[in-house]
Design a protein around this ligand. Structure first.
Ligand code: FES
Ligand code: FES
Length: 215
């Protein structure tokens, strides 16, 4: 579907897609320079004005108010901040928002089911007690979502390997492995394979959104 022109403003200043922003991209940006970027987050198109050094994790949490993405270590170790970038899991704490201009991002919120309820991976974590404090859970859900899109019928060993890059301080991982296998069952039972996980449900029915991120 072709995005419609931006009609809604969140923040102080309307931004038209295609504007160059306040900084010249051909020069080395100063800390205070602002850039207009477009992101498609959970199928909702956004235009966001951000400082050059805004982390993708901070852009999602603070500018777009998508606080389902958690930030733990902030240096790429724990996996709590994992989101899907064009379907691939990435550490959003290691990416500058300006470097993903034009790309699609899926967060924990975008892993909901088509009806807005729990998606299969989220439901599996709930059913199998795959979380305790829940701080790590968004990173696991996005990671497992991408994994099952590639491998809808994993072995237990493959499930363990898939979550090897995500840290959990509470569960001991046993129930997370069960959750991965249960999520695979749910997805297969839904007869949609993992297809719908590549196009997760929108979290915003209001169409294109323009955001003026704080400096
Ligand atoms: S917060 Fe990004 S990997 Fe830990
Ligand atoms: S459930 Fe607490 S860190 Fe994983």
């Amino acid at each position: 579907m072709t995005p419609e022109p931006d009609t809604r403003l969140v923040g102080a200043t309307a931004v038209t897609p295609g504007d160059s922003g306040t900084a010249d991209r051909g020069t080395v940006p100063a800390a205070g320079d602002l850039f207009d970027i477009t992101l498609r987050v959970n199928r909702v198109p956004y235009t966001v004005r951000v400082p050059a050094r805004r982390l993708l994790s901070d852009c999602l949490r603070h500018d777009l108010k998508l606080t389902g993405t958690h930030v733990g270590c902030e240096h790429g170790v724990c996996g709590a901040c994992t989101v899907l970038l064009d379907g691939e899991p990435v550490r959003s704490c290691l990416l500058l928002a300006v470097t993903v201009d034009g790309q699609s991002v899926t967060t924990m919120e975008g892993c909901r089911g088509p009806d807005g309820g729990l998606g299969p991976v989220q439901r599996a974590f709930m059913e199998c007690h795959g979380l305790q404090c829940g701080f790590c859970t968004p990173g696991f859900v996005t990671t497992v979502t991408a994994f099952l899109a590639e491998n809808p019928d994993p072995t237990e060993e493959q499930a363990r390997e898939a979550i090897g890059g995500n840290l959990c301080r509470c569960t001991g991982y046993q129930n997370i492995v069960k959750s991965v296998l249960r999520a695979a069952e749910l997805i297969r039972a839904a007869d949609g394979g993992a297809g719908h996980l590549r196009e997760p449900g929108s979290t915003n029915g209001n169409g294109p959104v323009t955001v003026d991120g704080e400096a």
